[in-house]
Design a protein around this ligand. Structure first.
Ligand code: SF4
Ligand code: SF4
Length: 59
């Protein structure tokens, strides 16, 4: 299942290049994570300079 990861979709997209399993992609101007590919390593969150990621945060 895909889940919104970031609404910001910044030009650098460090999160996408950091992901070793290719779980992140751009969809409708948002970054989404394919949960069947994500194994929770956390690299994407570390690479995001602005800490804009939503994934893993409780609302
Ligand atoms: S998660 Fe961070 S690096 Fe990825 S698109 Fe959003 S702001 Fe950019
Ligand atoms: S936690 Fe790891 S595997 Fe999951 S999206 Fe982030 S970088 Fe990719």
């Amino acid at each position: 299942m895909d889940k919104v990861f970031c609404f910001k979709n910044c030009p650098s997209k460090f999160c996408i290049s950091a992901c070793p399993s290719g779980a992140l992609m751009v969809e409708d101007n948002k970054i989404v994570v394919r949960s069947n590919r994500c194994y929770g390593c956390g690299l994407c969150r570390h690479m995001c300079m602005t800490w804009s990621v939503l994934w893993g945060q409780k609302k």
